[in-house]
Design a protein around this ligand. Sequence first.
Ligand code: SF4
Length: 301
Amino acid sequence: MIVTVDKSAGFCWGVIRTIDIAESELESLKTGEQLYVLGDIIHNPMEIERLEKRGLKTITHAELGSAKNGKVLIRAHGEPPATFDQARAMGVELVDATCPVVWKVQERIKKFYDKGFQVVIYGKKDHAEVIGLIGQTNGEAIVIKSVEEIDRLDLTRKTVLFSQTTMDKATFHALKLEMQRKIGELVVDSFEEQAKEFHAKDTICGQVFGRDKKLREYAGQNDIMIFVAGRNSSNGKVLFHICQEANPRTYFVEVASELKPEWFEGVATVGISGATSTPQWLMESIKAQIEALTVPATAAV
Ligand code: SF4
């Protein structure tokens, strides 16, 4: 059995940057100081555990005020302006490790909001990145996930559609087309030249989208696929779905203990891939565990 790890899998550069910032802050801590992170630094429990062993402490927003003996890291997903205001008011020092791609989306959303646009975000309303994006609009942005939800919008207003960076392109384009169609109908119904403006800004990150094609190819080349990601990774869910489409024999695992020997019966090639938040070391360790599972069969040959 040949087991390989997908060369294009692993941390995206935004996550690498955040981890680098965390590690360099951890190295420069003085005695008695602590580095905190507001929410899980990435959606991967194994990587969180590794960094926590080095001294990183995960806190919630409610605990922000108690983080005074050190600094508080803002993770790649970013935060709404209210968090920065709150930290300032409490005298808490922040280290902003927001991914520059997310930061740029926040900035663009704010510009449209300030010009009076109805801001619509294709995403998951409770996702940390989306909370940061909504924060740019004073909490007014409307978050939708499906074409059916378009009915919640007031399309007589000038409107802009953005996307959470880790959503899928097909749905984004379906939303864009349906919104354009409905706006077109409104113009016909009202028989007037409405000054409606509609913009669709595809802000799905290239680090996610670029993996789509490579992952499909790689998944199709293997008998079975092991997809490694944290269960609450949004990007992990999207990539897992793509992997499963290309290879129906795809199994999702978060940790090596979830591997089942029966998955590998009669299998010649196993591919291992993961989300943008899946560390390379974890995929390599899962590869080693799979190879260990097959040791008796190899010895018999
Ligand atoms: S997937 Fe893209 S937007 Fe998200 S952290 Fe990585 S580089 Fe940044």
